[in-house]
Design a protein around this ligand. Structure first.
Ligand code: EPS
Length: 390
């Protein structure tokens, strides 16, 4: 499968075309819209989210609730566009300087993009580099996540750090609570953190940052359960699933790092405390005593839960200005005040979950290839049997 997205933050709409989705899979638009709503939420979002009410429209590739095998077109309208029609006009207008941006914001794509594409109006860069684009990527992920459901594959995401307030990771949390409890606790928290005390401390941190015109970042964790052994491959660099996952996480606006399993902690420990011993039982087949690897070894899934964390930098649009240089006058200025989110880490956890859903769905359909639900399911069952008998 492959997909493209198009659209500017204040343009008329965001669009995606997904190609290669097999036929016969049930798709619920309500489910996609529920997820889009979650992405819009989270404590620390700015006023733009009061304007938008993201709803996906499906324009092709699905008929009577099922995929047909044809390309699927998704559209999300930008409600804010009604205020930006002239500024974002496709046709020439009398005054092209309305809301022109000549002051690049540190931490954004503005300056590098302006220099590279030779634009004198940095709006041409910021409109596309905006994290608004994640809305349509989440819609794509939310759709393909539904293709994995018949095979018992589910994903979840939560926040494990905001502004240095650290909460427990999935492995620590799942010691004393069921998946259902955990999911409920995450959904109840305004910052998508399963622990109440830490949730409140994170909210306090966001308030403090907001009060002084600053912003804060954090760490999100994504977990995928029910993956068969052997998605991805060791045979070539661009087939390794961990590599693809890392790329998808770092492609999210403002993400600066990614960890799988124990991640950077492995630098501090000997091999005996890092690797997962192999066990076998009649009932389970091959399995591991621990899951320090986070569900991937040799670029392939191990059958244990996939555990990925990504770190997001504080949003660089600040009410507290940072120094920059005007591209016209070359004079130093303190960056102008812009509408912004103080913290978008809770929303980013939803984005991370759905960019990973895309990679997993893609890896799944590479392994179990076919044009229809029936063909793919048949292959999946044969493979499961092969693994059971191994
Ligand atoms: C963003 C700036 C803000 C955010 C936006 C991402 O938008 P605006 O400039 O219109 O106030 O709200 O996020 C979204 C619109 C969204 O849907 O997540 C940026 O510069 O990246």
């Amino acid at each position: 499968m492959r997909f493209l997205t198009a659209g500017e933050s204040h343009g008329p709409q965001l669009t995606a075309i997904i190609e290669g989705v097999p036929s016969g899979f049930s798709i619920s638009i309500e489910e996609i819209n529920d997820i889009l709503k979650k992405r819009q939420g989270g404590y620390g979002r700015g006023r733009r989210m009061e304007i938008e009410n993201d709803q996906v429209q499906i324009k092709s590739g699905i008929r009577f609730g099922k995929t047909t095998g044809a390309p699927i077109t998704l559209v999300i309208e930008n409600k804010d566009y009604s205020h930006w029609k002239k500024i974002m006009s496709v046709d020439q207008v009398d005054d092209e300087s309305a809301r022109r941006v000549s002051k690049p914001r540190p931490g954004h794509a503005d300056l590098n993009g302006g220099l590279k594409y030779n634009h004198r109006d940095l709006r041409n860069i910021l409109e596309r580099s905006s994290a608004r684009e994640t809305a349509i990527r989440v819609a794509v992920g939310a759709l393909v996540k539904q293709l994995l459901k018949p095979y018992g594959i589910i994903l979840m995401s939560h926040v494990v750090n905001i502004g240095g307030i650290q909460s427990k990771t999935f492995i620590q949390l799942s010691v004393d609570r069921s998946l259902e409890q955990l999911q409920k606790q995450i959904e109840q928290s305004e910052v998508r953190c399963a622990e109440e005390i830490e949730s409140n401390l994170m909210i306090k941190k966001i308030d403090e940052a907001k009060e002084i015109g600053d912003s804060i970042g954090g760490i999100v964790e994504v977990v995928a359960l029910g993956l068969p052994i052997g998605l991805g491959s060791h045979v070539h660099w661009d087939l390794k699933l961990d590599g693809k996952i890392a790329q998808s996480i770092l492609s999210i606006q403002a993400f600066k790092g990614v960890e799988i399993g124990m991640g950077f902690k492995v630098a501090n420990l000997p091999g005996s405390m890092v690797h997962d011993e192999i066990l076998w039982s009649e009932e389970k087949g091959f399995y591991r005593s621990t899951n320090r690897a986070g569900g991937i070894e040799g670029g392939m899934t191990t059958g244990e839960p996939l555990i990925v964390r990504g770190v997001m930098k504080p949003i660089p649009t600040l009410y507290k200005p940072l120094q920059s240089v005007d591209i016209d006058t070359k004079e130093a200025f303190a960056a102008s005040i812009e509408r912004s989110d103080a913290c978008a880490v809770p929303a980013a956890s939803i984005v991370a979950e759905h960019v990973i859903a895309w990679e997993l769905a893609n890896a799944f359909f590479e392994k179990f290839s076919g044009d229809s639900y029936e063909e793919i399911t048949h292959q999946y069952q044969i493979y499961k049997e092969q693994i059971r008998k191994y």
